[in-house]
Design a protein around this ligand. Structure first.
Ligand SMILES: Nc1ncnc2c1ncn2[C@@H]1O[C@H](COP(=O)(O)OP(=O)(O)OP(=O)(O)O)[C@@H](O)[C@H]1O
Length: 303
């Protein structure tokens, strides 16, 4: 028997999903989902409420069984969960730590539970924050709890980190501190991180890749670099709006008093001289690709 499917291959993609589906009873939460996460990437998982982000993350860490092909670091998350967890850190809720514990006690506990945890590294990471080792969790603010949690998890020598809405409920400064620590201290060009979030604008600068889910389907899985190649946004006067509309843009939106038409692929050559090419933001793409078509007519630019 070939055992290569249960061996972690360091050169392979960290996540490979091919035709993955998942149902809760009759409800399809993931539909034919396919994507790859190579090493060294910071991947944003975007989708409206109920799109399937948490479900996908749970499937990736082996908490839910799926149909289709799913490999995380070369193994099946469901069948080889124990092996997987030596290489993967998953935080379903960074805002939660045992309230009774002191930070130093959590470090001791982690060192006992997790062979790849470095207590020294955790203390070093905490020095970046205003959290003291003697502080009790119940005395920390939400932002401080999130940073403590991240310091504990980032001190595990894993290859993939999965964070489900890590900055939910944190203020803007705490969110900034959280992401700074994640990028500076954990991402090293080899490890990857998958982050689900609704704060699309805020994470855009951090991400190398994005996966957009809509009603359980992947509507876009792309690197930020490739977005610039594939999508063309033309900022133009109202006078040429009809010509743009005739070429069926994905979305039209107002931008600094003018209209921008967003195309998937190059629009007809006759249009390119009629507008100025601008970079579509992740938010624009997200809106264009994921919003309910029924809303499309009401909210798109009317020019
Ligand atoms: N345990 C469950 N039993 C039945 N249906 C579920 C269960 N968990 C999730 N669902 C449904 O599956 C779909 C996807 O839910 P999921 O929680 O994965 O979405 P999400 O993108 O994480 O949403 P949010 O942004 O609101 O957290 C939703 O329609 C949800 O109602």
């Amino acid at each position: 028997m070939n055992t290569s499917t249960t061996t972690m291959n360091p050169a392979a993609a960290l996540v490979q999903a091919q035709g993955v589906s998942l149902h809760y009873g009759k409800k399809a939460a993931l539909r034919d989902v396919s994507f790859t996460i190579p090493k060294g990437r910071v991947v944003g998982l975007l989708g409206h409420n109920g799109a399937g982000k948490t479900t996908l993350m749970k499937a990736l860490v082996g908490l839910l069984a799926v149909e289709g092909e799913l490999q995380v670091m070369g193994v099946s998350p469901r069948q080889d969960r124990a092996q997987l967890l030596t290489q993967l850190s998953y935080i379903p809720d960074v805002a939660v730590l045992p309230r009774w514990a002191r930070v130093s006690e959590l470090i001791t506990l982690m060192a006992q539970l997790q062979p790849k945890f470095s207590a020294e590294r955790a203390r070093e990471l905490l020095r970046r924050t205003s959290v003291g080792l003697d502080d009790k969790v119940k005395s920390l603010s939400k932002g401080m709890v999130a940073q403590t949690h991240l310091a504990l998890i980032a001190a595990i020598d894993a290859r993939l980190m999965i964070l489900d809405e890590p900055t939910l409920g944190l203020d803007v400064l705490s969110r900034k501190n959280f992401y700074e620590m994640l990028i500076d201290e954990w991402c090293d060009g080899e490890r990857s991180v998958l982050i689900s979030t609704h704060q699309v604008e805020e994470v855009e600068a951090l991400l190398s890749d994005v996966i957009m889910l809509d009603e359980g389907k992947v509507v876009l899985s792309i690197s930020l670099e490739d977005i610039d190649q594939r999508f063309v946004a033309l900022n133009h006067d109202a006078a040429v709006a009809d010509a743009m509309a005739a070429a069926h843009p994905l979305l039209r939106y107002r931008d600094q008093g003018r209209t921008t038409s967003l195309f998937d692929g190059a629009p007809p050559e006759s249009l390119t001289g009629l507008g100025q090419r601008v970079r579509p933001s992740l938010v624009d793409l997200f809106v264009a690709l994921t919003r309910n078509p029924a809303l499309n007519n009401k909210t798109s630019a009317s020019a």
